[in-house]
Design a protein around this ligand. Structure first.
Ligand code: SAM
Ligand code: SF4
Length: 337
């Protein structure tokens, strides 16, 4: 890979995209086993020494904010709420200047208890993943009977002011593909902003099937049978979600059509895995090892240089529709969704 030009201050790639949105995976472990994400028995988890420590994570985020122009930090996993040091990490990131916006993608279990503390530490927003509002289905889909905890987590997030609370839903054929209108009714009733995500080939079991995935067009058609969806004139920017006003607004619904309407040309993301690897894309097959450099004594300037080089090599698109497409070796839960 060629070295990035020495423009300090931004993470730019050879196609001119600038990455300002950093996704940090805090753990590859999870307390659910969503069938589209993980096998029932879990995965071979990263070991303690492989994981970045809290201080290492904070240092790398500081490098990203101070030297690389990152303005958004989103914590994810695995399940980020099960990382013991989460609150301390959030408050250290909130103390950075310029202060990045800080958000969290979570399955919501434990959020009811943690939301006020996280809010006080500086967390701005949450996205909670919820694919069904039916208890039996939830238990089948996630292999755990925890719907009540997730609903309590959503309510706790809203009460703590982690707003707008967004709900992420993945639909799967024959499992919950009839539930788009019910999920939207639920979100509207509680004031949450719902976004559907097309299922992507990132499952550990390699069970994804392009022909069986529920497409954005199908989701929108199902919603339109019950709701009036009109164009949302708000600026989309680098957001992956296309949004529509529901019944004239102000409520919105979004669809992230990563597969059928890829938005790679506007992508502004860079990713850090729980073991300290930079990934330019969810679907990247290459990673750049910052943990090794950091533990070998690299200074901040050297870490920033390596990060810029990793991003310079970002491919133009994910290539899911390309016959040569190769699913990345790591599943979504280990990359950080
Ligand atoms: N455990 C947290 C959660 O579920 O929100 C954070 C990690 S999870 C990997 C992040 C998001 O990725 C979730 O919204 C989840 O539904 C989504 N996801 C996982 N596997 C996916 C797949 N194969 N295709 C599309 N989205 C997926
Ligand atoms: Fe866990 Fe999130 Fe994967 Fe579900 S989608 S198994 S909650 S990491």
């Amino acid at each position: 890979m060629t070295t990035a030009p020495t423009t300090d201050g931004v993470l730019v790639d050879r196609y001119g995209r600038v990455a300002r949105d950093l996704r940090v995976s805090l753990t590859d472990k999870c307390n659910l086993r969503c069938t589209y994400c993980m096998p029932a028995e879990g995965l071979p988890w990263l070991s303690g020494p492989q994981l970045l420590t809290d201080d290492e994570i904070i240092r790398l985020i500081r490098v990203a904010v101070h030297r690389l122009g990152v303005t958004e930090v989103r914590f994810t996993g695995g399940e980020p709420l099960i990382r013991p040091g989460l609150v301390g990490i959030v408050s250290a990131v909130a103390a950075l200047r310029p202060r990045p916006r800080i958000s969290l993608t979570t399955n919501g279990i434990g959020l009811a208890r943690l939301a006020p503390t996280l809010r006080a530490a500086g967390l701005d927003r949450v996205n909670v993943s919820l694919d069904t509002v039916d208890r039996t289905r939830f238990a089948e889909l996630t292999r755990r009977d925890r719907l009540a905890d997730v609903l309590a987590g959503l309510a706790g997030a809203a009460a703590a002011g982690l707003t707008p609370v967004k709900v992420n839903a993945v639909l799967m054929r024959g499992v919950n593909d009839d539930e788009a209108p019910a999920l939207l009714r639920f979100a509207l009733a509680h004031g949450y902003e719902l976004r559907f995500i097309e299922q992507m080939p990132l499952d550990a079991q390699h069970g994804w099937d392009r022909g069986r995935m529920v497409t954005a067009d199908q989701i929108l058609a199902d919603l339109r049978a019950e709701f009036d969806l009109s164009t949302d004139l708000a600026e989309r920017g680098a957001s992956p979600a296309e949004t529509w006003l529901v019944d004239g607004g102000p409520a919105r619904v979004g669809v992230i059509a990563s597969v059928t309407r890829p938005f790679c040309g506007d992508c502004d993301r860079t990713r850090l895995t729980a073991d300290g690897q930079v990934r330019a894309c969810l679907f990247a097959t290459e990673e750049s090892d910052l943990r090794g450099a950091l533990r070998a004594g690299a200074d901040d300037a050297e870490l920033a240089r390596r990060w810029r080089t990793a991003m310079w090599g970002k491919r133009a698109g994910h290539g899911i529709d390309d016959p040569t497409f190769l699913q990345p070796a790591r599943p979504m839960s280990a990359i950080g969704g």
